[in-house]
Design a protein around this ligand. Sequence first.
Ligand code: HEM
Length: 491
Amino acid sequence: MMPESPTPAGTDDALLSPPPGCPAHAFGPQGVRRLYGPDADDLRSLYEELREEHGPVAPVLLPDDVPMWVVLGHAENLQLVRSPTQFSRDSRIWTPLREGRVKPDHPLMPHIAWQPICSHSEGDELLRLRGAVNGALSTIEFRALRRHINRFSQMLVNRFCEEGEADLVSQFADHLPMAVMCEILGMPEEYGDRIVHAARDMLKGTETAIASNQYIVDALGRLATRRRAHPEDDFASHLITHPAGLSDEEVREHLRVVLIAAYEATANLLANVLRMVLTDSRFRNRLNGGQLTVPEAVEQSLWDEPPFSTVFAYFAKQETELGGHRIRRGDGLLFAPAPGNVDPKVRPNLRAGMKGNRAHLAFGGGPHECPGQDIGRAIADVGVDALLLRLPDVELACEEDELRWSESISSRHLLELPVYFEPREPQDVLQKPALNAVPQQRASWDLSTSEADATQTPSRPTAPTELLQAPQSPARPDGVWRRLVRWWRGY
Ligand code: HEM
């Protein structure tokens, strides 16, 4: 027999609550596990306990003890996102919301509240809105994109390269995606410390989060007004002029969802990949067969630490079954890449490298699959590559176990990544790092792509990839090898 839905929280439980510090805090009414509170500070372990107890789908409680399912199995997560006839992204059908059990000040309200955006739509409306987003994204020229990413990476490294030390989260990973997204959207002049701070502040949900959100909404509103009057060749203009005919509100909301979804996810990915290349022995010693290309490191990170741990949420349109559980009409389900990606059915050995395998859940799937995944990957690939080319001797400046994260149900964000390196001069941001003389030999553990290595200075340990070594003369910028490298890298 299939287990029942998680039972809604009662209102008179306060008197029955356990004293502070008691392990019973981990459980809400009827013994359902809480995904929040003092006993949910390690969600990875909690998901494994839930998998053990309930299998691939488990009942849990969100803040205020609002009932939810979390989908833990890889196959079940795919079934969830690929079954639009059974599951919808429209929160208005969610039973706890319809019954008024989700308070307006619920901490997840920014994710819960329905908006006129593709993420919350289905059917013809989804096709219309996704058509406009996909159409506008398809106008992005990837060679130019990679050039921008490289230029911004150079600019950021210039800000700290003379210091010999940096925090790669606040000085690199938090900035690069915002600089690139402001450029793509059509508002390069808005990029700066202020908008990065506003986005971070908003995502942290501090007491200034509402003002920070307003700052971003105002910047996007100005952009939409300008481009409605005078379209140019950028994402905002193509979104506005798309035949789908988006209203002003739809344009504003989609600019916001694209900026924030892209920013948060890509900043997390970049920080995670940088941490991985600095700390993971699988990537440190190319001579011991541990070499992986940057794109492979990115894919490994998307498996191990998906930038969105869970996505709120899918809702059952009818009574159905998932992972052996009976799901009632109006039940909510968290799509959960973090536990889904470590499902023992697809990864019996978590230490085994995934070698570029892209079957992870980090970008979702089905009709709502992330339309910006190639942009997210490009920012991580080019950004990490450019940083390692500029600072080949970069090393972590603390013990790995001293690194700290902030964790919420939806994501896990590395707080700091302190590093040190030999201080060096800033570089002309328009120069290509790969064609530049780099002062130091690259560390033996570097993991850049062999194409990138091929344009490096020659004083490195010999490795099989040396066979791909390029001619070194900078006086021949248009040689076949350079053209090939430039074609591959996109700049
Ligand atoms: C590493 C970077 C990124 C990751 C891990 C990521 C991940 C995701 C995930 C998990 C979803 C939800 C899928 C679902 O509901 O099934 C999503 C949706 C979305 N993403 Fe991304 N994303 C990234 C970068 C980007 C970028 C760069 C853009 C835009 C340029 C973007 C635009 C969007 C949009 C518009 C949606 C909503 C699509 C819909 O619901 O129809 N994302 N993303």
